[in-house]
Design a protein around this ligand. Structure first.
Ligand SMILES: C[S@@+](CC[C@H](N)C(=O)[O-])C[C@H]1O[C@@H](n2cnc3c(N)ncnc32)[C@H](O)[C@@H]1O
Length: 389
């Protein structure tokens, strides 16, 4: 999954370091699990209990699909019956509108025509679909908030139907929900990190059609197939909440991998569509990005310049109190929340008996950049800091 600060690419080095320090521990916490790339790696490659946390529930939904499941399964039957149930719902809605809900023509290229289709789709999702939804009951948050924006009406409808019809068997339900998060992420008609949808302008209109013609069923199916092939060696746990809640579950000698935010913009501003599908609850969209209201979006003290240093210190305090080893990744310099790797190192030296650092070249997202002053991605050095009690 495309995710800001995703550590998947660093795993060849970071993974070795984590495996080395995991040796003496019973549990490993990943309290800022994000895309869950590191949690999955640890679950698949160690015989430790992995505890994955994040303030965003979609991140934990992804982690749970693997860390809480120790058995592989053949996905075909699950996909078939899940899709059959969802398709009944889709047909119930589509039956009312044989014309409006036909697929978007992939060969639509003229910006003017695209704009017309987009305008009609928005109106349709805003004014017409909710009448049918009212009769059917159930939650339709993707169609109501994002239909005609990030997703075509048909894509949105399929995502909502799949969300309502998740399998009931616990493990399969976890995989299905995580797969849906992946599918919603891959289908979004948005530049960069899903903060705002493409608008039907002369230059961007073509990207809307390209995204709207992605097949929601196939995206979900591919994601289930990929995840069903993964399982934890030991059953772990996913926790939605602040990092303190995850670290509280550790004992002396356990290991923490911490990858806290480095940006001064909250993650929840960018990933609200994923959070919406994970929660499955309708809301009143706001602004160009069609976000939930600010009170409804998880906010992080690491993403406010005034509180970031204090949050960093508390993270180090919590790990030190648990006598846990901490492996922390952070951009060496230039993070927009005002911190740098050295801030962690200096405070950490007052709490841990050994602190050492490795640097790897990486590139990190600046949350879209602003074209004039910064590129969307910058090459930087990422520090891997080891704090040993
Ligand atoms: C740099 S990302 C983690 C990326 C992850 N390691 C990966 O490989 O995808 C930071 C994550 O911290 C989460 N977060 C922010 N503040 C938090 C807090 N106080 N407690 C727990 N998670 C938090 C964000 O939602 C975000 O997913």
């Amino acid at each position: 999954m495309k995710y800001m600060g995703h550590k998947g690419k660093m795993l060849p080095i970071l993974g070795d370091i984590l495996l080395h320090y995991a040796d003496g521990s019973e549990r490993i916490a990943d309290p800022f699990c994000g895309s869950a790339a590191v949690s999955w790696f640890l679950a698949e490659n160690t015989d430790k209990e992995i505890i994955s946390g994040d303030i965003q529930s979609f991140a934990v939904a992804r982690a749970r699909a693997v860390v809480e499941r120790t058995e592989y399964f053949a996905p075909d039957q699950m996909i078939k019956s899940w899709f059959e149930r969802a398709n009944v719902l889709v047909e119930q809605v589509a039956g009312h509108f044989p014309n409006n809900l036909r697929s978007i023509e992939p060969n639509l290229t003229e910006p003017k025509q695209i704009k017309q289709v987009v305008t009609q789709s928005r109106k349709f999702c805003r004014d017409v679909l909710p009448v049918v939804f009212n009769d059917l009951g159930g939650a339709w948050p993707i169609s109501k908030a994002y239909g005609g924006y990030y997703y075509s009406p048909v894509q949105a409808l399929i995502f909502d139907a799949l969300r309502q019809c998740l399998p009931s068997q616990t493990n399969m339900r976890k995989v299905a929900l995580a797969a849906l998060v992946e599918a919603v992420s891959r289908a979004a008609a948005a530049p960069g990190h899903t903060a705002q949808p493409f608008q039907p302008t002369a230059s961007s209109a073509k990207y809307i059609i390209e995204a709207w013609t992605r097949n929601s069923w196939n995206l979900a199916k591919n994601a289930v197939e990929e995840m069903s092939n993964r399982a934890a060696m030991v059953k772990g746990k996913g926790i939605v909440g602040d990092f303190r809640k995850t670290i509280a579950r550790l004992n002396k000698g356990d290991l923490v991998f911490a990858d806290p935010p480095y940006s001064s913009v909250h993650y929840s501003r960018f990933y609200h569509a994923l959070e919406t599908v994970a929660r499955g609850v309708e809301f009143e969209p706001e602004g160009r990005g069609r976000y939930p209201s600010i009170d409804d979006r998880p906010s992080s003290e690491f993403s406010k310049k005034t509180t970031a240093m204090n949050a960093a210190k508390q993270l180090l305090d919590e790990c030190s109190e648990k006598q846990a080893t901490l492996i922390l990744t952070f951009p060496t310099t230039g993070a927009s929340n005002g911190l740098e790797a050295n801030d962690y190192v200096e405070y950490g030296r007052t709490l841990f008996s050994d602190v050492h650092m490795e640097e790897v070249e990486s590139d990190f997202s600046t949350l879209g950049g602003n074209k004039k002053h910064r590129e969307a991605r910058q090459v930087c050095n990422e520090s891997i800091i080891c704090f040993v009690p």
